[in-house]
Design a protein around this ligand. Structure first.
Ligand SMILES: Cc1cc2nc3c(=O)[nH]c(=O)nc-3n(C[C@H](O)[C@H](O)[C@H](O)COP(=O)(O)OP(=O)(O)OC[C@H]3O[C@@H](n4cnc5c(N)ncnc54)[C@H](O)[C@@H]3O)c2cc1C
Ligand SMILES: NC(=O)c1ccc[n+]([C@@H]2O[C@H](COP(=O)([O-])OP(=O)(O)OC[C@H]3O[C@@H](n4cnc5c(N)ncnc54)[C@H](O)[C@@H]3O)[C@@H](O)[C@H]2O)c1
Length: 479
């Protein structure tokens, strides 16, 4: 077996791993990256980019479908499934191509292919060809779609988001298991592209909304467009020719079955930490198998091992994977001089329509026992001027602030173009602005941001009324 001695070994060439590699190299450390599967990153190959490409096609179809109230009639809409998927794949391959160019730029002797496993705290084995002695290790192994045991070994009709972007044509029907971000983004897009879609949700959650008012609004708004069976338990599935018969139990215990071309498992993702030999590292691990780590330094305990990106499940999002990777790579490179890196205000956007977004402190975190009471302001977009002009007047925004300091703390929303509102608000949050300072900022007319101003004015009024006026309902954590 080939032997290799390096300062830093990075496991995984996703966004976190590539960033960690560059950061460790910049510190002057002899660094290698190890990839067990394809180069190209989850984001570009089967994540952020292809999903947004599918959503873009769906938005085009939806614009035609909903143009009549403006007096604009598009005629008969025809969706060419193979053409939709061909564009998704063509553009996806372009994005993957840029990542592959970045991989090619890494010197060959710094790149290893094969599955890496710890054989001791400072040793890794890559397949059965190389043993690496590494002074420091960055685990950047990403995550994998969760597979429900009831849907194992059923047949080709059971798919995950890893499969969808390789379809040659749009299917006739899809059952989506889960109303998290992946399920909602893909399910709504497929539905807008003419696919018969039914969502099955285990409970009542929607994306990562924790505010009960926003959640209620989201369930209503999305439920007007797509078919969601909340409180459903997946019993089993049977492949029958080209279709899957899905058996589901509802909240009353009644079992029913329905046929679909595909069943899309979108029930969450599992960090790839279970086949790494972590038991040989001596690291303390949580119930989920993830090593205990410091989210400011990415260091696992006081050790020479760092963990970044989806693998640590802290915030499994692209920009956080890049931030994690930078911090982990910097620290692995300069170890033992470990320093806290830049962490930004949390922000998450689900590209459903309306968009769903959360930022800063969540309603659930603010409502946790022992936390001080907080003030809430809200706005409905139903009568918001610009949203109504565009016939996108659906959704609501709730904003949170601290009594006394009047600091803006966070927000949750389902709102038209919430991707932009969430950025505006997360910048204010990171700048530690008070609600009054935010209201001193310019608001153009007529824009959706005027809705943000309405919510902030409501928040200012509620702050002025003081803690005693906090409603009991506002102190309940979300579902
Ligand atoms: C459908 C979908 C849509 C998404 N949309 C968005 C979005 O719009 N915005 C957003 O912010 N985020 C989005 N995400 C999340 C985002 O893609 C991830 O958070 C991000 O890509 C994680 O990067 P990573 O580097 O941690 O992991 P990855 O890019 O998955 O990289 C991990 C790498 O490690 C390799 N590996 C694993 N184990 C080993 C081993 N033992 N040895 C060697 N190599 C190994 C894997 O093969 C892989 O190449 C989406 C995800 C999905 C699935
Ligand atoms: N726009 C974005 O930023 C974006 C898009 C896609 C994915 N992502 C990232 O990927 C992560 C994973 O997304 P996801 O949608 O797979 O996970 P998720 O955690 O967001 O949602 C999982 C859903 O599956 C449901 N579920 C779990 N177990 C179930 C079961 N046994 N039966 C039925 N339903 C079940 C949950 O109740 C939830 O609705 C997200 O947390 C996010 O970080 C981000």
């Amino acid at each position: 077996m080939k032997q290799l001695n390096v300062d830093v070994a990075v496991i995984g060439t996703g966004t976190a791993g590539m960033t960690a590699y560059r950061a460790a190299k910049a510190q002057g450390a002899r660094t290698v990256v190890i990839e067990g599967a394809h180069y190209g990153t989850t984001c570009a190959r089967v994540g952020c980019m292809p999903s947004k490409l599918l959503i873009a096609a769906a938005e085009a179809a939806h614009a035609l479908d909903t143009s009549a109230p403006f007096g604009v009639h598009a005629g008969e809409v025809r969706i060419d499934g193979p053409a939709v998927m061909a564009r998704v794949q063509r553009e996806r391959d372009r994005f993957v191509g840029f990542v592959l160019e970045a991989v090619e730029a890494i010197p060959v002797h710094d790149r290893l292919q094969g599955h890496a496993r710890f054989t001791g705290p400072c040793t890794l084995q890559v397949d059965d060809h190389t043993e690496i002695h590494a002074g420091r290790v960055v685990i950047a192994t990403g995550s994998t779609p969760l597979r429900l045991p009831q849907l194992e070994n059923v047949g080709p009709g059971i798919v995950t988001s890893d499969d969808v972007f390789y379809w040659d044509d749009l299917p006739a029907s899809v059952a989506v298991i889960g109303t998290g971000v992946i399920g909602l983004e893909l399910g709504q897009a497929l539905s807008r592209l003419g696919v018969r879609v039914r969502f099955y949700a285990r409970g009542g959650s929607i994306a990562n909304i924790s505010d009960p008012e926003v959640l209620r609004c989201a369930a209503r708004v999305l439920g007007e467009e797509v078919d969601i069976a909340f409180q459903s338990e997946i019993v089993k599935a049977v492949q029958d020719g080209d279709e899957v018969v899905l058996h589901v139990r509802d909240a009353l215990g009644k079992e029913s079955s329905e046929r679909f071309q595909y069943v899309l498992m979108a029930a969450g993702r599992t960090p790839n930490v279970h086949d790494l030999g972590l038991e040989l590292t001596g690291l303390e691990r949580g119930a989920d198998g993830i090593p205990t780590f410091d989210a400011r330094t990415m260091q696992c305990g006081g050790s020479h091992i760092f963990i970044a990106g989806d693998a640590n499940n802290e915030r499994p999002l692209l920009h956080d994977a890049a931030d994690h990777g930078k911090i982990a790579g910097d620290n692995a490179g300069r170890y033992p001089d470990v320093r806290p890196g830049l962490r930004r205000t949390p922000i998450a956007v689900a590209f459903t329509e309306p968009n769903i977004a959360t930022l800063g402190k969540s309603y659930r975190a603010l409502s946790a026992s022992g936390q001080p009471k907080f003030a809430v302001g809200s706005v409905s977009f139903e009568n918001q001027g610009r949203s109504r002009v565009m016939l996108q007047n659906k959704g609501m925004l709730r904003v949170y602030a601290e009594y006394g300091s009047r600091l803006f703390l966070g927000a949750e929303m389902i709102a038209p173009r919430a991707e932009h509102l969430a950025h505006l608000l997360s910048w204010a949050c990171q700048m530690r602005m008070t609600v009054d300072q935010m209201l001193e900022m310019p608001f153009y007319h007529p824009v959706i941001e005027e809705g943000v101003r309405t919510a902030l004015r409501d928040l200012a009024t509620n702050l002025a009324q003081g803690e005693s006026s906090t409603l009991a309902a506002d102190s309940q954590p979300g579902l």
